[in-house]
Design a protein around this ligand. Structure first.
Ligand code: NAD
Length: 376
C-alpha cells in the first residue's frame, strides 16, 4: 500500500540531547493514521529504544538520507539544514526550533522552501494542551531538578527520628510556580521537605496552598492579577522587583534548597537571586536554576556545572528534560502525535492545519519567514 505521507524521525545531533521525537508507540499510531515512518538508525538509543523496536512497530530504518522523500520531519531540536536533504518541497519540519536563538536556521528553512513548525509556540488553549511540549517537558524538569538538588545536598529531606537522634526536615523554596514549579513543589513535598513558593502571578497562591506548601508573596506592591496573555508572566516594575528582592532576602537565608523556574517568553530570564543573597544562605545549601539556559535566575549559575559560592552549590543543566530521556521522549512524542492526529484530514490522507494553531506555530512558508514574532 502506498503511504499518503512519509514522516522522517531524525537522530538528534545537539550535545547532551538524549531525547527522540517518536517512540515505537507513536510510530504505530502514526502508521494507523495512514503515514509511513522512517527512523534514522540509532535515533532512540539514548532513550533506551533500539532500532529493532522501531522496526517491530512498523517503521523503516535509514542509515543515511533519512529525510529522502519525507513530507514531514520530526525532531526534538531544530535540525541543521543538511539533515533535511532530499525532503519534499514544502515539507514540514516539526520541532522545538528555539526561533529567537536559532534565527539563521529558520532563515535556512525558509530559503530551502520548508515549512518549519515551532512546537514551543503552541497556543495555551484547552484543545492544544495535549500538544504542548513546554508543559510536558517542564513537568519532568521540575521533578528532576528537585532530585538532583537532593542528591547534591549533604543532608536528608524528611525529618527522621532515630535512636541516634533527630534529623530535621529540609526547607525548600520554589521560585516561579508554572508547570515546572508546581511539580517541584509536589516532588519536594513527597520527599519530606518543608516547602514554600513564590510567583508574580497571584493566581498561583491557591495552587501553592493546595499542594501543602506556604506561599511567600510581595503584598505591598501589585503583581500580576490573574494571568496575562496565555497565562504567561511579563517583566515586573522596578518597584515590584525591589520589594521582591527584599522579601526573598529575608526568606532565603533560612532555606536549604532553592529551585528557580522563572521565565518570561521571548526575554532573558529574570534575575531572582543575587550573589549577596547567596552569601546569607547556610553552607551546604543547594540552588537548582532551571532557567540557566535562558540567562539564569541565579547570579553565577553556569549551564551543566556545579558552581560553589559562599559554600552554596549552584547547579543547572541547560537541558534538564534530557536527564530523563525515556519519559521525556515518550511525552514529547505523544505531543507530536496528538498534534498530527488532531489535524489529520482523512480525505487527503495528510494533516491540514487550521488558522489559530497554524499561524501560531508556522515560522516559514513559501520561501519566507512568516511568523509575526520574527518579523518585528
Ligand atoms: P513559564 O515557564 O513561562 O514561567 C515559570 C513561572 O515563572 C511562571 O509561573 C511565571 O509566572 C513565573 N515568573 C516569571 N517571572 C517571575 C518573577 N520575576 N518572579 C517569580 N516568578 C516569576 O510558565 P509556564 O510553566 O509555562 O506556565 C505559565 C502559565 O500557563 C501557568 O499558569 C500554566 O498553568 C499555564 N498553562 C496553560 C496551558 C493551557 O491552558 N494549555 C498549558 C500550559 C501552561
Amino acid at each position: 500500500m502506498a503511504h499518503s505521507v512519509t514522516i522522517a524521525v531524525l537522530r538528534e545531533r545537539a550535545a547532551g540531547e538524549t531525547r527522540v521525537s517518536a517512540t515505537p508507540e507513536t510510530v504505530k499510531k502514526l502508521i494507523t493514521l495512514g503515514a509511513g515512518v522512517t527512523v534514522e538508525a540509532g535515533a532512540g538509543l539514548a532513550a533506551s529504544i533500539g532500532d529493532a523496536d522501531y522496526i517491530a512497530a512498523g517503521a523503516r530504518i535509514a542509515e543515511t538520507g533519512v529525510a529522502q522523500g519525507a513530507d514531514i520531519v520530526f525532531a526534538v531540536q531544530g535540525p541543521d539544514i543538511a539533515m533535511l536533504a532530499g525532503a519534499n518541497p514544502g515539507a514540514w519540519v516539526v520541532a522545538g526550533h528555539d526561533p529567537f536563538g536559532q534565527r539563521d536556521r529558520v532563515e535556512a528553512y525558509a530559503a530551502a522552501g520548508f515549512e518549519a513548525l515551532a512546537m514551543e509556540f503552541m497556543p495555551r488553549i484547552t484543545r492544544a494542551q495535549s500538544m504542548d511540549i513546554l508543559s510536558s517537558q517542564a513537568n519532568l524538569a521540575g521533578y528532576k531538578a528537585v532530585l538532583i538538588a537532593a542528591n547534591l545536598y549533604g543532608r536528608a529531606f524528611p525529618m527522621m527520628m532515630t535512636a541516634a537522634g533527630t534529623i530535621s526536615a529540609a526547607k525548600a523554596f520554589v521560585m516561579g510556580v508554572g508547570v515546572a514549579g508546581l511539580q517541584a513543589i509536589a516532588t519536594a513535598r513527597r520527599l519530606g521537605a518543608q516547602v514554600s513558593a513564590t510567583d508574580v502571578r497571584s493566581a498561583t497562591k491557591e495552587q501553592i496552598q493546595s499542594l501543602g506548601a506556604k506561599p511567600i508573596f510581595v503584598e505591598n506592591v501589585a503583581g500580576i492579577e490573574g494571568e496575562g496573555a496565555g497565562g504567561y508572566a511579563t517583566e515586573m516594575s522596578p518597584e515590584y522587583q525591589k520589594a521582591q528582592a527584599e522579601l526573598v532576602s529575608s526568606h532565603i537565608a533560612r532555606q536549604d534548597i532553592v529551585i528557580t523556574t522563572a521565565l518570561i517568553p521571548g526575554r532573558p530570564a529574570p534575575r531572582l537571586i543575587s550573589d549577596a543573597q547567596i552569601a546569607t544562605m547556610k553552607p551546604g545549601s543547594v540552588i537548582y536554576d532551571l532557567a540557566v539556559a535562558q540567562g539564569g535566575n541565579v547570579e553565577g549559575s553556569v549551564p551543566d556545572q556545579v558552581v560553589e559560592r559562599h559554600g552554596v552549590r549552584i547547579v543547572g543543566f541547560a537541558n534538564t528534560p534530557a536527564q530523563l530521556p525515556a519519559d521525556a521522549s515518550a511525552l514529547y512524542s505523544r505531543n507530536l502525535y496528538n498534534f498530527l492526529a488532531a489535524f489529520w484530514d482523512k480525505e487527503h490522507g495528510r494533516p491540514v492545519l487550521d488558522e489559530e494553531i497554524g499561524n501560531a506555530i508556522r515560522l516559514t512558508q513559501g520561501g519566507k519567514v512568516v511568523h509575526e514574532r520574527l518579523l518585528v
